[in-house]
Ligand binder design. Structure first.
Ligand code: NAD
Ligand code: TYD
Length: 355
């Protein structure tokens, strides 16, 4: 069986659903259920004998030790993290605690677990650490996309904490021989993404008749990948990646934020026109920029393409349409996650940003 951390979050939940759709190997989902963890994402699974859930912090040494000795996973995929840049600006301590200390404690548990294995089990074991392209910092226009050889230059508390966790994972391979794989993926979008991130926030705000807040001039560029393409890449790296290596994952799909917001509005105009017949584009407002806002990310995905034969299946237009369709088809999901705590966050992040 495999152990997945953070499986109640956006990418982890999609990963578990995709995994079990194509595979009978059981999954243990270990999640602390922070604000971003939503058991409803996996509502189809309880009762499925291939799926088990454990409420546990990745930083809880005793809890993780017990789970490892009880379930004896042949691989661990570590998605668990605090993942939102704006929250890392308001409360960086949570990011240090989970992304740095939590990952360190998890690796310590894995070190003990791994050291007691026989040679065959050791050779087959994998620890796959899921990370982000944001560890590389910001690109100028015209600079080549991030390759795996690029130096780390994180600029936000989020990316700095992820960079630290990548280094700890790397050290475990070099020092203790644990077969660690690291993936650094670009921005994901798709079903079940918490509506604090750009694309789902724009969809739920548009439908609620609220403003669509674009930071600064909206010309910041991100490289977008549909979530199931990321999940397929993680499965492929787990299956055939070389221990100790890192793999950058991206869709060769750079977009300026403002263009994305226009694309979302265009889809909504077709799929669920406003009652007054006007375009959702009228709800776009420019608000104060994010401090330290990285200008551009772009991923050079040639290594995973040539070594492992992975390529994205979705184009941006098919992926974005599926995403908007999912949110239109799941209004109850979106309503339930916009709880009191969510409203407090929206007030904290957007209340002080003048248009
Ligand atoms: P998310 O915020 O939606 O989900 C995070 C999950 O981790 C939640 O279920 C949460 O409850 C759980 N979690 C948080 N702290 C925990 C802890 N201490 N112990 C156990 N569980 C804990 O995040 P996501 O967008 O699904 O991202 C998953 C991973 O992928 C993260 O490591 C992130 O850095 C990385 N990543 C995300 C993106 C993206 O665009 N979302 C892109 C590249 C890489
Ligand atoms: P986000 O989804 O938070 O991902 P990340 O910061 O990890 O790239 O943001 C994507 C881009 O969209 C980023 O440049 C910030 C911008 N953005 C806005 O303009 N308005 C918003 O309300 C949000 C949440 C993000």
């Amino acid at each position: 069986m495999i152990l997945v951390t953070g499986g109640a979050g956006f990418i982890g939940a999609n990963f578990i659903l995709d995994w079990l759709a194509g595979n009978d190997e059981p999954v243990l989902n270990v999640d602390k259920l922070t604000y971003a963890g939503n058991p409803e994402n996996l509502a189809a699974l309880p009762g499925d004998p291939r799926y088990a859930f454990a409420l546990c912090d990745i930083g809880d040494r005793r809890g993780i030790d017990a789970l490892l000795s009880r379930h004896r996973p042949r691989a661990i995929v570590n998605f668990a993290a605090e993942s939102h840049v704006d929250r890392s600006i308001h409360a960086p301590g949570d990011f240090i605690q989970t992304n740095v200390v939590g990952t360190f404690n998890l690796l310590e548990s894995v070190r003990v677990y791994f050291s007691a294995m026989g040679p065959g089990e050791k050779a087959a074991f994998r620890f796959l650490h899921v990370s982000t392209d944001e560890v590389y910092g910001s690109l100028d226009k015209g600079e080549p996309a991030f390759a795996e050889t690029r130096g780390y230059a994180p600029n936000s508390p989020y990316s700095a904490s992820k960079a630290a966790s990548d280094h700890l994972a790397r050290a475990c391979f070099h020092t203790y021989g644990i077969p660690v794989l690291t993936t650094n993926c670009s921005n994901n979008y798709g079903p079940r993404q918490f509506p604090e991130k750009l694309i789902p926030l724009m969809i739920v705000n548009a439908l609620a008749g609220k403003n669509l807040p674009v930071y600064g001039d909206g010309q910041q560029i991100r490289d977008w990948l549909y979530v199931s393409d990321h999940c397929a890449a993680v499965r492929r790296v787990l299956e055939a990646g070389r221990p100790g290596e890192t793999y950058n994952i991206g869709g060769w799909n750079e977009w300026a934020n403002l263009d994305i917001v226009h694309a979302v509005c265009g889809l909504l105009d077709e799929m669920k026109p406003r009652p007054d017949g006007l375009s959702y584009r009228g709800q776009i407002v420019h608000v104060a920029d994010r401090p330290g806002h990285d200008r551009r990310y772009a991923v050079d995905a040639r290594k995973i393409e040539s070594e492992l034969g992975w390529r994205p299946a979705e184009t941006f237009s098919t992926g974005l349409e599926k995403t908007v369709r999912w949110y239109l088809d799941h209004p109850e999901w979106a309503a339930r996650v916009q709880s009191g705590a969510y409203r407090d966050w929206i007030e904290k992040n957007y209340g002080a940003r003048n248009e």
